[in-house]
Design a protein around this ligand. Structure first.
Ligand SMILES: O=C(O)CCC(=O)C(=O)O
Length: 257
């Protein structure tokens, strides 16, 4: 799998590219079902942190564990066979290698679930702001597991703004939920990226993006993977506790992340 010249140029110029139908329907079903097994407690072998939707009434869901907004942990891709297969997916890694070179570490593995009606917004942010890492060019992979639409909170990006560098962010309620405060982006600055299940967005870590609340009756589930070059280094002496990495391809380098 290779991005065409046009797709590669779009990634460089706009900071993102969507590859349609990269995952098969069976792969999408497998990942979606595995997520559900964890959120309802039928599986426990993989360690991850979970965050519930603040406005959800658990009684209105088929299972009280369902109104999870996100669950996250690089360990998921180490310990769970389905998430490990996804993190090592040949075609995803082909594109990442084209963008980042052959030596790769996984930086993030997360299920991002916007439940019907109560799925909340994710405010404008750059993924790079969460990670004190140089070079600042890791790639976030956002995999649609359901049809993602403007109404249920598809990804919205500010095209080309990754070239502005890191913009000031502040924490909203806690350190792991931050938003851009140095600029006043709104929805008119964005392009909506509706996607079918199995389509995959490759996004530069400096690209500002936003997802709206889910106001529909259907789920908007996505899976996120993020990859950096194995030669990346932490810029802080003590990186935040949520930063963890897993080597996935090519060489490892002493002293690097
Ligand atoms: O999937 C979403 O709604 C937003 C996810 C996102 O932008 C992130 O976690 O960085």
């Amino acid at each position: 799998m290779r991005l065409s010249d046009q797709q590669f140029e779009q990634y460089q110029r706009e900071g993102y590219v969507v590859v349609e139908d990269l995952l098969s329907a069976d792969e999408v079903t497998e990942v979606t079902e595995r997520i559900r097994e964890y959120v309802v407690g039928n599986r426990t072998e993989s360690e991850f942190s979970r965050m519930l939707e603040p406005d959800a009434d658990p009684d209105t869901f088929d299972h009280e564990g369902e109104p999870v907004r996100k669950f996250e942990g690089v360990g998921m891709a180490r310990e769970d066979d389905v998430f490990a297969a996804l993190a090592n997916h040949d075609e995803i890694l082909d594109v990442i290698e084209q963008l980042q070179g052959p030596n790769l570490d996984l930086l993030r593995s997360a299920g991002m679930l916007k439940p019907p009606q109560v799925g909340s917004e994710k405010k404008f942010h750059q993924d790079a702001a969460y990670y004190p890492i140089q070079p600042r060019d890791h790639v976030t992979v956002w995999i649609a597991l359901d049809e993602a639409t403007p109404e249920n909170g598809c990804m919205r990006v500010v095209p080309g703004a990754h070239t502005d560098g890191l913009i000031g962010h502040d924490a909203i309620d806690y350190d792991t939920d931050i938003t851009i405060t140095e600029r006043d982006y709104d929805i008119d600055d964005t392009v909506a990226l509706p996607m079918e299940p199995g389509s995959v967005l490759f996004q530069h870590c400096l690209l500002p993006h936003y997802t709206a609340p889910n106001t529909t009756e259907s789920w908007r589930r996505a899976f996120i993977l993020a990859y950096m070059r194995s030669r990346s280094r932490f810029t802080d002496d003590e990186p935040p506790e949520w930063v963890e990495s897993l080597h996935v391809a090519g060489e490892e380098f002493p002293g690097c992340v």
